[in-house]
Every structure is written in structure tokens, then in C-alpha cells.
Write a protein that binds this ligand. Structure first.
Ligand code: FPP
Length: 253
């Protein structure tokens, strides 16, 4: 077996789309007697490492849960720190993302973000929209239920306008309205920080995704940890509800 320098098996199936809940920044900071924002800043550095590791491995899309619909309930000071961190990270990293042919997109309820953050996101999306490398999607003010409700509303509007027969509404029609419909659904979901929940992330899109949970706190999730997750993925048999194919030895479906 050939092993590359990060420890992944050469020739193993690489997930096309990886989705990550980055959890554990607060505990990482507390373990160092530091305030929570110290952990979030370390988390932003881990984001860069994850993006680079996925790019090198040939992953096509990486979707990161940066801020959930529920995170608005955190103390106002922490919300402010996080929004400021998103803004500064965008300012600092957008040119580098563009140079590396990465396409940046934000999914979530933009109406709740402050105008200057909305503007920076729109500028970064415009600049990188024709890039052909990694699709980097950042979910901010995002919730899976919000996403499904938006898709349902879009279909309801088409029906109300007389442009759609209600009987035509099926999984395909709804799936076409959901965030990231132009990308393959995530193959691999990773949650750091020890909890074993999906927490209202990509509810529709994760239907057949392989779920990987690790106790590692997000700021410690480095390239080696990413490769550990990908190696675990490579060992899974994906059947999408079918039975194993005896002739093919039930390979990676
Ligand atoms: C969860 O850890 C983390 C967040 C709610 C914020 C995620 C943000 C980052 C990783 C920083 C920057 C991201 C980008 C895209 C620039 P927690 O605070 O819930 O940790 P805890 O469970 O230990 O309290």
C-alpha cells in the first residue's frame, strides 16, 4: 500500500464533497485559560489548514458551518467577535483564495448579517465565481430547516404565479431549490468537538452522507486529522439503500 506524506492511502476514494461542523473553539480556549474569542481565532487558522488539505487531496467542495441560525442566541459580545472575525478573515484571505482558483460562496440568511459583511461576501463571491478549483462554501446564519423552508417557499411562489402544477412537486423539484443544488451532496460529514449531532446543518443534503465524529477540538483539527477522516471514509461501503453487489465485491458506490 502506498501512503502519502500526510498518511492517506494512495488510490483510496476521495470524497467529492466534505461538510464540517467546526465545534470546540470555546473548550479549546478554556483549556488554555483564555476567553472564547481566542478559540475562535485559532479556529480560523484551522479553517485555512482544512481548505489547503482538501485542495491538495482533490476534494471538489468543502462546506463549513461557521454560524448557525441558533448561534444568534449567543451573548451579543461573542456574536460581534465572530462577525468581526468573518469580516477580517474575508479581507485577509479573499485574494489568496482567488490566486488558488478557489470559488467562495456563502449560504444562509444574509438578511440577518450586517451590511458591510454582506458587501464583502458579495465582492468575494463575484471575484471568485469563475474559479474552477475547490468550491468553498461557508454556512453563516444557516439552518437546514431554514434552507428547506426557503425551497418550499420558492416552489409555492411558482404555484401561486401559475407557473407550476402542485403535482409536479417532488424530491427533484425541491432538491433543485435547496442550497448548493449545483454540487454533489456531501459524501463525508465531519463534526469535531465530541458531540454526535447534525445540529440543523444541511438536513436535506446529508441524507446519504457518511458521518464522522471526532473528539478532537476544531482548533486542533489539522491536515493529519483531515486525512484520518478521509481514510475512515475510504473504508466505508456506500450503498444508498441498495444491497451489496456480490459480483463487484460491493465496492465504493
Ligand atoms: C463552535 O465552537 C464554533 C463556532 C460557532 C464558530 C466557528 C467559527 C470559526 C471556526 C472561526 C472562523 C470561521 C471562518 C469561516 C472564517 P464553540 O464555540 O461552540 O465551542 P465549544 O463547544 O467548545 O463552546
Amino acid at each position: 500500500m502506498t501512503v502519502d506524506k500526510q498518511g492517506s492511502q494512495a488510490g483510496a476514494p476521495v470524497p467529492r464533497h466534505v461538510a464540517i461542523i467546526m465545534d470546540g473553539n470555546g473548550r479549546w480556549a478554556r483549556a488554555r485559560n483564555q476567553p472564547r474569542h481566542y478559540g475562535h481565532r485559532a479556529g480560523a487558522r484551522a479553517v485555512r489548514e482544512a481548505v489547503e488539505a482538501c485542495g491538495r487531496a482533490g476534494v471538489e467542495a468543502l462546506t463549513l458551518f461557521a454560524f448557525s441560525s441558533e448561534n444568534w442566541r449567543r451573548p451579543a459580545t461573542e456574536v460581534r467577535v465572530l462577525m468581526e472575525l468573518f469580516l477580517r478573515t474575508l479581507d485577509r484571505e479573499t485574494d489568496r483564495l482567488h490566486e488558488n482558483d478557489i470559488r467562495l460562496r456563502m449560504i444562509g440568511d444574509r438578511s440577518r448579517l450586517e451590511p458591510r459583511l454582506r458587501e464583502r461576501i458579495a465582492t468575494a463571491e463575484r471575484l471568485t465565481r469563475d474559479n474552477r478549483g475547490l468550491h468553498l462554501n461557508v454556512a453563516a446564519s444557516y439552518g437546514g430547516r431554514w434552507d428547506i423552508a426557503c425551497a418550499a417557499r420558492a416552489l409555492a411562489r411558482e404555484v401561486a404565479a401559475g407557473d407550476r402544477d402542485p403535482e409536479s412537486i417532488d424530491e427533484t423539484a425541491l432538491g433543485e431549490q435547496i442550497s448548493l443544488a449545483d454540487l454533489p451532496a456531501p459524501d463525508l460529514f465531519v463534526r469535531t468537538g465530541g458531540e454526535r449531532r447534525i445540529s440543523n446543518f444541511l438536513l436535506w443534503q446529508l441524507a446519504y452522507t457518511e458521518l464522522y465524529f471526532t473528539d478532537v477540538l476544531w482548533p486542533d483539527f489539522d491536515a493529519a486529522e483531515m486525512h484520518r477522516a478521509m481514510d475512515w471514509y475510504a473504508s466505508r461501503q456506500r450503498r444508498f439503500g441498495r444491497v451489496p453487489d456480490a459480483d463487484s465485491g460491493a465496492g465504493h458506490a
